[in-house]
Write a protein that binds this ligand. Structure first.
Ligand code: GDP
Ligand code: IMO
Ligand code: MG
Length: 428
């Protein structure tokens, strides 16, 4: 079972980092194939908490080769500060590989991300302000700067100058800012070249060869299905393909090599930033989920919006990604609730929907149709086998499994690496 894709089923922060880490030493490569340092993954190992943004979660597993593939956008200052911080804590980062085709986030795109959000005012998306959207836009506009351009100073100067030619008009005339000089951008980018050089590879070639040799490769998505630029709640999405298809375009491995697709899904739902969210709670239950679940962004520290589990979204994620297994996380957060609502469909202006509505307008108007499941009072954080869970917790998992379109193979009961109930081996 060598090629495994791991995605988020909801709006991110499902616990993908922990799930990747759980597979840990049984995986030879962990590949980040989309997004950049907009991601925030918390991994807890032996009481130590690690917050990863740009580096793949596999960096924490000795022997595992972490790969930043072509579909990623790389902020070089973040890359090296994250590496330095981890090395300072004794984590070996020397195995990291970076694709020559990955795009870099030049400093001007961080500026644009923030300036545009401010300009939009109440119409803003609530981005992470890391320059992700402008950098993917440059990629599609064919004015992006790639990692490999840093090794040809002449080309780099040309590319930065021509990108800024257009951008400075916008900055000065539309956004009322100062123009940015090409020379300072080039100088900044070149300052990373010597440290970057040893990591840069044709990662598509390396990964295909690894699969030829029966190595286990895990493709780890940043963000999630509902934030995917094609399949999410556009325009309230990120600017990359966070669904399983993105693993192919984002890394250079073909679809027929993928053996398994794991989706991580929270036992309730959260979202950061703007956009529709049918099961969102604005009451004490929502605050309880935020407090007990520690639902504050790893990247921006923003409180996450919280709501009940939405099986329409889980089914949609199962279909779009071809999910073979769900990892259900944070079941422990629901302990102590008398009854737990689960959204099984939507009411859109009096019409029942069992699937995602056709239009965003309808999705904005979707009112959840709930079924109510009995809760449990016990602390479940020490459960390691399914039979250790109280009957109502087992019934909650089984009901979600029936509603969500794929088996639930792992249930998370705490943040620590081993705080999981494994029902089916994810690699078996
Ligand atoms: P990611 O972006 O998908 O990797 O998820 P985040 O790291 O942003 O958010 C998930 C949070 O939940 C982190 O703080 C994890 O340590 C924590 N977590 C993951 N799984 C569980 C679980 O089963 N129970 C609890 N209580 N916390 C968990
Ligand atoms: P992980 O990998 C949750 C959200 C932002 C914003 C929208 C666009 O930790 O699950 P962007 O900066 O990407 O242009 O912002 O997407 N967003 C995330 N929300 N988890 C993430 O990553 C996210 N990455 C981006 O809040 O609404
Ligand atoms: Mg996160």
């Amino acid at each position: 079972m060598p090629a495994i894709v791991l995605v988020g089923a909801q709006w991110g922060d499902e616990g993908k980092g922990k799930a990747t880490d759980l597979l840990g030493d049984r995986v030879d490569y962990v590949v980040k194939f989309n997004g950049g340092n907009n991601a925030g993954h918390t991994v807890v190992v032996g009481g130590e908490r690690y917050a990863l943004h740009l580096l793949p979660s596999g960096i924490l597993t000795p022997g595992c080769i972490p790969v930043i593939a072509n579909g990623v956008v790389v902020d070089l200052s973040v890359l090296f500060s994250e590496i330095e911080a981890l090395q300072g804590r004794g984590v070996d980062c020397s195995r990291l590989l970076v694709s020559a085709n990955a795009h870099v986030i030049p400093s001007y795109n961080r500026t644009f991300d923030k300036v545009v959000e401010r300009f939009l005012g109440s119409r803003r998306l609530g981005t992470t302000g890391r320059g992700i959207g402008p950098t993917y836009a440059d990629k599609m506009n064919r004015v992006g700067v790639r990692i490999q351009d840093l090794f040809d100073e002449h080309i780099l100067e040309q590319k930065v100058a021509s990108a800024l030619d257009q951008k400075n008009h916008l900055l000065v005339k539309v956004y009322n800012r100062r123009a940015i000089g090409a020379a300072e951008v080039v100088e900044d980018l070149l300052s990373y070249v010597d440290r970057l050089r040893p990591m840069v590879r044709d990662t598509g070639l390396e990964l295909n060869r690894a699969l030829d040799d029966d190595r286990v490769v895990l493709f780890e998505a940043g963000q999630a299905t509902m934030l995917d630029v094609d399949h999410g709640t556009y325009p309230f999405v990120t600017s990359s393909n966070a669904t399983s298809g993105g693993a192919c375009t984002g890394s250079g491995i073909p679809p027929n090599r993928i053996d398994r697709v794991i989706a991580v899904v929270k036992a309730y739902t959260t979202r950061v930033g703007e956009g529709p969210f049918p099961t969102e709670l604005h009451d004490a239950d929502g605050e309880r989920l935020r407090d007990v679940g520690g639902e504050y962004g790893v990247t921006t520290g923003r409180p996450r919006r919280c709501g009940w589990y939405d099986a329409v979204i889980a089914r949609y994620a199962a279909r779009v990604n071809g999910v073979t297994d769900f990892v259900l996380t944070k079941l422990d957060v629901l302990s102590g609730m008398e009854r737990i609502p689960v959204c099984v469909g939507y009411d859109v202006d009096g019409v029942r929907h069992d699937e995602m509505p056709l239009t965003q307008t309808d999705f904005h108007h979707a009112r959840p149709v709930y079924t109510y499941l009995d809760g449990w009072a016990e602390d479940i954080s020490s459960a390691r086998r399914f039979s250790d869970l109280p009957p109502n917790a087992r019934a909650y998992v089984t009901a979600l499994e029936q509603l969500s379109g794929a088996r639930i193979s792992v249930v998370g009961v705490g943040a620590e690496r081993d705080a999981s109930v494994v029902r089916h081996d994810l690699l078996g």
